[in-house]
Design a protein around this ligand. Structure first.
Ligand code: AMP
Length: 228
């Protein structure tokens, strides 16, 4: 199954993708994480992407599509949850082509719908464990023991360079202008499911689980849950 998680920055895509990995055995494919890893390894792609990411803009389609193509080849046969890809209509078209070349197609697209006003606070407070990548938030999801990762006991944490109030506006603008047109791209295909991202993490996870169960059971896809 190939699922896409769509939503503005800090809608909870990464958190929900982690949950889908644990509960349903999906592999999370996060293009943002891939770009940050390229940068950490000092590659030419990472270098090119870093400056763009720090401005809150989208990296060029050609660059991200070739990264994604290689990753899909490497994940052959696995159930995937795409987190942060596609982000433009040309990326969605390229995804359709590269899946079709492997006899695959997008199974469903889950949109996590969140008010813009809530996103700034979510973005600015978030951090992750430097060792295992578990995600936290200063106010809504702190570690149980201050300074110690719940999952692995690590004591080093990182905050993303682009999680600043200054870049949030640019990232939201990129979402509304370049990524939101994906909704009318997928809706006529009957693949679009909208969940209420203002609900708590567990409530969102339950809604997503019911979509996944429906898709796995072959229930008619043309079901739009909210927000259309
Ligand atoms: P994310 O971790 O998904 O929030 O992505 C962080 C940043 O990486 C974005 O603001 C973009 O600059 C870049 N990025 C990630 N995925 C894509 C994509 N599919 N297309 C273009 N840029 C992307």
């Amino acid at each position: 199954m190939i699922l896409i998680l769509l939503g503005p920055p800090a809608a909870g895509k990464g958190t929900q993708a982690e949950g889908l990995e644990k509960r349903h055995g999906f592999r999370q494919v996060s293009t943002g994480d891939m770009l940050r890893a390229e940068d950490a390894h000092g590659s030419a792609i990472g270098h090119e992407a870093k400056a763009i990411m720090d401005r809150g803009e989208l990296v060029p389609d050609r660059l991200i599509i070739s990264l994604l193509d290689r990753r899909i080849a490497a994940e052959a046969g696995r159930d995937l949850i795409l987190d942060g890809f596609p982000r433009t209509v040309p990326q969605a078209e390229a995804l359709d082509r590269l899946l079709a070349a492997r006899g695959l197609e997008v199974s469903g697209v889950i949109v996590i719908d969140v008010d813009d006003a809530a996103l700034v606070e979510r973005i600015v407070g978030r951090f992750t464990c430097a060792d295992c990548g578990a995600s936290y938030h200063d106010r809504t999801r702190p570690t149980r023991v201050p300074g110690v990762c719940d999952r692995c006991g690590g004591t080093e944490f990182v905050r993303r360079a682009d999680d600043t109030p200054e870049t949030v506006a640019a990232r939201l603008a990129a979402y509304h202008e370049q990524t939101a047109p994906l909704l009318p791209y997928y809706r006529p295909q009957g693949k679009l499911f909208v969940v209420d991202g203002m609900a708590g993490i567990e409530a969102v996870a339950r809604e997503i689980d019911s979509v996944v169960r429906g898709l796995a059971g072959g229930v008619a896809h043309a079901k739009v849950m909210r927000g259309n």
